[in-house]
Design a binder for this molecule. Structure first.
Ligand code: FES
Length: 101
């Protein structure tokens, strides 16, 4: 039986900043790897595949698989290649059209 997230913060007392993921407010550690910080916060999935809608989240953590794709400021970006910064507004990426497609 799983009772806790499998990820832990590296520095639980470090400086945290406010971001949103899908409209939900989160406090994440400033400067940490974005994909890792979102996993620690319990965010999953990061996106859904465009064909089957299967959930996806970070896999390689080195910019190769694109499973950590998120949308920030209208751009699809790999969360594992970014650092947490104040005020990030993150959503699941829109692939191949509008969000309603
Ligand atoms: S986790 Fe594979 S590209 Fe980010």
């Amino acid at each position: 039986m799983k009772t806790a997230l499998p990820f832990r913060e590296i520095d639980p007392v470090g400086n945290k900043v406010s971001i949103t993921f899908g409209g939900i407010d989160l406090m994440l550690p400033l400067g940490e790897n974005l994909a890792g910080a979102l996993l620690v916060a319990g965010v999953m999935p990061f996106r859904n595949t465009p064909v089957s809608g299967a959930p996806r989240g970070p896999f390689c953590m080195m910019g190769a698989c694109y499973d950590c794709l998120v949308q920030i400021d209208g751009m699809n970006v790999q969360a594992c290649m970014l650092q947490v910064s104040e005020g990030m507004e993150i959503t699941m990426p829109v692939v191949g059209g509008t969000a309603d497609a």
